[in-house]
Design a protein around this ligand. Structure first.
Ligand code: C2E
Ligand code: MG
Ligand code: MG
Ligand code: MG
Length: 278
C-alpha cells in the first residue's frame, strides 16, 4: 500500500513537472514566433506632471499576444526571454518601435520623450550603443527624447562595469533612469557615481504610502535623496487623487499610473494625447 501511494505521489509530481515544462515550452515557442514575425506589440503609458496632469513622457511596455488572443504579462515572458537570450532581439524590436513612435509624436507637434526598459543582458551586448545610435539616426529622433530605464537591481549586479556602460550611452545624449527605485539596496556611494538623470520610485511604496507610515517615510526619503542629487523624480503606480496630492506635497513632480492612464496601444495613445490638448 505504501508503495502504491509512493508511486501515486511520484506520478503526481512528475505530471506537474511535465506540464510545467510543456507550458514553458509553449510560451517560448509563442515568444520566438512573435519575435521572428515582428508581432510583438508595444504599448505606451503616459507619464504626467503631477501638478497640471499634462503628459510629459511615455514608457514603452512590450506586449505578447498568446494563442488565445489574450495578452501574456511581460512579468511572465521577460524572465524567459532573459534566460533564452531572446531578450536581445526583443529589446531591439521594442527600441525601434518606440523610437519610430516618438518621432511620430514629434512630427505631430508633440515633444514627448519615450523611455524603453533595458534588461541587464542587453547591457552586456557590445552592440547596444551602436544599435541606439543607429536607431536615433534612422528615425531622426533627437537623442534627448530617448530614455533607457534600468532597474536598480540590474545596476547593482556589476556596478563598476555598469558605470562605464552608462557613461558611454550618456555620451550619445540620451537619458538614463533608475527603475523600481527603493527595491534594490543601492549603496548610496555608488548611486552618486552613476550618471543617471531620473529616479523612478517603485510602485510598491506609492501603493501604501497613505496607509502605512513606513512606506510614506520611504517615499519621502527617496524624494529627498533624489532632490539632493539633482535627479528628476517620478512616482510609479499613482492610482488615486490622494496619492497625487501627497506626492506633490513631498515635491515629487512627475507620476505614472492608472490615475491618469493605463498603458495604451499606439493608436489609443495618440488619441489620448490629442484629447488631452497637451
Ligand atoms: P516596469 O518597467 O516597472 O513598468 C511598470 C509596470 O507597472 C507596467 O507593467 C505597468 O503596466 C504597471 N503599472 C503602471 N501604472 C500602474 C498602476 O497605477 N497600478 C499598477 N498596479 N500597475 C501599474 P507591465 O507592462 O506588466 O510590465 C511589467 C514589467 O515588465 C515592467 O516593469 C518591466 O520591468 C518589464 N518590461 C515591460 N516591457 C519591457 C521591455 O520592453 N523590455 C524589458 N526588458 N522589460 C520590460
Ligand atoms: Mg520601467
Ligand atoms: Mg518600474
Ligand atoms: Mg517593475
Amino acid at each position: 500500500r505504501a508503495k502504491q501511494e509512493g508511486r501515486n505521489r511520484f506520478s503526481f509530481f512528475s505530471h506537474d513537472l511535465e506540464s510545467n515544462i510543456r507550458e514553458r515550452h509553449q510560451l517560448e515557442t509563442c515568444l520566438r514566433n512573435a519575435i521572428a514575425n515582428d508581432e510583438l506589440l508595444v504599448h505606451y503609458q503616459p507619464k504626467f506632471d503631477l501638478a497640471t496632469k499634462h503628459i510629459v513622457g511615455a514608457e514603452a511596455l512590450v506586449r505578447l499576444v498568446g494563442p488565445d488572443g489574450v495578452f501574456i504579462s511581460p512579468t511572465e515572458f521577460i524572465p524567459l526571454a532573459e534566460e533564452t537570450g531572446l531578450i536581445i532581439k526583443l529589446g531591439k524590436q521594442v527600441l525601434l518601435k518606440a523610437c519610430a513612435e516618438a518621432k511620430h509624436w514629434l512630427d505631430m507637434g508633440q515633444v514627448i520623450p519615450v523611455s524603453v526598459n533595458v534588461a541587464v543582458a542587453q547591457f552586456s551586448d557590445p552592440n547596444l550603443a551602436n544599435l541606439i545610435e543607429k536607431a536615433l539616426t534612422d528615425y531622426q529622433l533627437p537623442a534627448e527624447l530617448l530614455e533607457l530605464e534600468i532597474t536598480e537591481t540590474a545596476l547593482m549586479i556589476d556596478a563598476a562595469e555598469m558605470q562605464t556602460k552608462l557613461s558611454q550611452l550618456k555620451s550619445l545624449g540620451i537619458k538614463i533612469s533608475i527603475d523600481d527605485f527603493g527595491t534594490g539596496y543601492s549603496s548610496l556611494s555608488y548611486l552618486k557615481k552613476f550618471n543617471v538623470d531620473v529616479m523612478k520610485i517603485d510602485m510598491s511604496f506609492v501603493k501604501d504610502m497613505l496607509n502605512n507610515k513606513h512606506d510614506y517615510e520611504i517615499v519621502k526619503t527617496i524624494i529627498s535623496l533624489g532632490k539632493s542629487m539633482s535627479l528628476a523624480l517620478i512616482a510609479e503606480g499613482v492610482e488615486t487623487e490622494e496619492q497625487r496630492l501627497a506626492l506633490l506635497e513631498l515635491e515629487c513632480t512627475m507620476g505614472q499610473g492608472y490615475l491618469l492612464s493605463r498603458p495604451l496601444s499606439a493608436d489609443d495613445f495618440n488619441a489620448f494625447l490629442f484629447a488631452n490638448e497637451n
